[in-house]
Design a protein around this ligand. Structure first.
Ligand SMILES: Cc1cc2nc3c(=O)[nH]c(=O)nc-3n(C[C@H](O)[C@H](O)[C@H](O)COP(=O)(O)OP(=O)(O)OC[C@H]3O[C@@H](n4cnc5c(N)ncnc54)[C@H](O)[C@@H]3O)c2cc1C
Length: 436
């Protein structure tokens, strides 16, 4: 049966839910406070696509973009260590787990001792002997890796770099459980699991533009510059949403696809205090991110991703410019969890980016800067400290017609693009199941 659905928030989570619901025949309205759709994706670098990102691939398939993305070349994952050594994570066309084991064996970033410790651990966990310890979610990844024999060199030069890339925080700040589950999913399952693709396109042309066009075709109503101010509840349901201009909107179902700190102010105090589901949101926090996007007069052939061990920025992506392919490149430099970087001037941040770029992509003379954009996010990515996992809510709230979506909800993934898309798909499936 067709239902009316009101989605609060036009980020990728809300838009994914809208797409699936409209395709299922429901009447969907999205309200977004900004003057454009996309939310945080508006500023994000090209996504990292791994085979394990099944929700993202299924969205790309719906949009007719998956075949072209799969044809893109594998992007090599390189580590730049503090010694200046440059190491590639090898991708070998072998069935998993052999590809990963061999990749690890051949992985020059780890000493023989670290590789041996890791291999023996991986072999044992692959055979579930012993299974991953139960207390992993309560332990810090750095401490736990040390306990399975990983040296300080391996933890700093390899695992810390991967933690920042995959979880958006340093190894000393993330839960060992989420780190290990993410690594396993990304690199230990499926025959092509380690194939990494970084599409050399802006997210707008790659994902958002086709998504908006599809929503338009399916008749989804989008109200921009529209802010939800208050949710009203009866005994067990949401009754309506009040907008900032006092207009009331009603629907059969409501999906809040907002950041958690934007959701709680919309709830009546009695709802927050009465339900642990909402109360626990106050236990969540987000860490900062600084992102640079430099446009350079420099042709580049292949997209590259370099993880940096002890530099200002933690990873860099360089790809050819979408329009000025032969003449220009785009360089993305990201730093996560470093609040000291937020107040730095644009000039200083450009200088620091050039310093790191000289190490990651040496070139003489240094390429000419065409233009630069700085994005400072005091609250960018959900922190995944030990114990936080239990406070991330599932999609179904205690109110029958009210669902919660967003990268930060409990999807089993760090709060990334895959998590946001998966949460949107789950909410849409719950509405469709409830309506049938
Ligand atoms: C700089 C940066 C780099 C990133 N890099 C990566 C990466 O490399 N890989 C990766 O996987 N992920 C990355 N991420 C994370 C990824 O972009 C996010 O996880 C994802 O975009 C979150 O989507 P969302 O829909 O859950 O939330 P959001 O994008 O935050 O969407 C929420 C929407 O709700 C709207 N809103 C808020 N309050 C109201 C209100 N009261 N009424 C109406 N609308 C409201 C907001 O304007 C926003 O559009 C990055 C994020 C940032 C910030």
């Amino acid at each position: 049966m067709s239902r009316t659905v009101l989605i609060l928030g036009g980020g990728i989570a809300g838009l994914t839910a809208a797409l699936q619901l409209a395709a299922d025949g429901h009447s969907v309205t999205v309200i977004e406070q900004a003057d454009h759709l996309g939310g945080r994706l508006d500023h994000a670098p090209p996504p990292l696509l791994l085979d394990a990102h099944t929700a993202t691939w299924s969205l790309l398939k719906t949009l007719g973009k998956d075949a072209a993305a799969r044809r893109l070349r594998h992007t090599p994952l390189e580590f730049l260590q503090s010694t200046g050594a440059r190491i590639q994570f090898l991708h070998l066309p072998l069935p998993s787990p052999l590809n990963t084991l061999l990749g690890t064996t051949l992985f020059q970033g780890l000493s023989m001792r670290d590789r041996w410790h890791l291999l023996s651990f991986l072999e044992r966990t692959w055979e579930q002997d012993p299974p991953l310890p139960n207390d992993l979610d309560a332990r810090v990844a750095d401490e736990w890796l040390a306990s399975i024999g990983q040296s300080e060199h391996a933890r700093h030069g390899v695992w810390n770099c991967l933690a920042r890339l995959l979880l958006g925080a340093a190894l000393t700040q993330v839960s060992a459980g989420l780190f290990m589950r993410t690594l396993r999913r990304c690199f230990l399952t499926g025959a092509r699991a380690t194939k990494l693709i970084v599409p050399p396109h802006g997210l707008d042309s790659f994902l958002l533009a086709p998504l908006k066009a599809q929503l338009d075709r399916l008749g989804v109503r989008v109200r921009l510059n529209t802010t939800a101010a208050q949710l009203q509840f009866s005994q067990d349901r949401v009754t309506h949403v009040e907008l900032a201009d006092r207009t009331r909107l009603t629907a059969d179902w409501y999906i809040a696809a907002l950041p958690y700190h934007r959701l709680t102010p919309l709830l009546p105090e009695r709802v927050v205090t009465h339900y642990a589901y909402f109360q626990q949101l106050s236990r969540l926090s987000e860490s900062p991110m600084v992102m640079m996007r430099l446009h350079l007069a420099q042709p580049v052939e292949q997209t590259q991703l370099v993880l940096l061990e002890r530099n200002t920025f933690h990873w860099m992506i360089r790809h050819s410019d979408e329009e000025l392919h032969e003449q220009a490149a785009v360089l993305w430099a990201l730093s996560v969890g470093e609040p000291n970087l937020l107040p730095q001037s644009k000039e200083d941040l450009i200088r620091l980016t050039f310093d790191d770029m000289a190490a990651a992509f040496p070139a003489t003379p240094a390429p000419r800067l065409i233009d630069a954009e700085v994005v400072r996010f005091p609250s960018a990515i959900l922190t995944t400290k030990p114990g936080v996992q239990q406070y991330r809510p599932l999609s179904q709230s205690p109110f029958a017609n009210f669902l919660i979506s967003g990268a930060w909800t409990d999807t089993g993934w760090p709060a990334n693009l895959e998590s946001a898309i998966l949460s949107g798909q789950r909410c849409a499936a719950l509405v469709s199941a409830g309506a049938s």
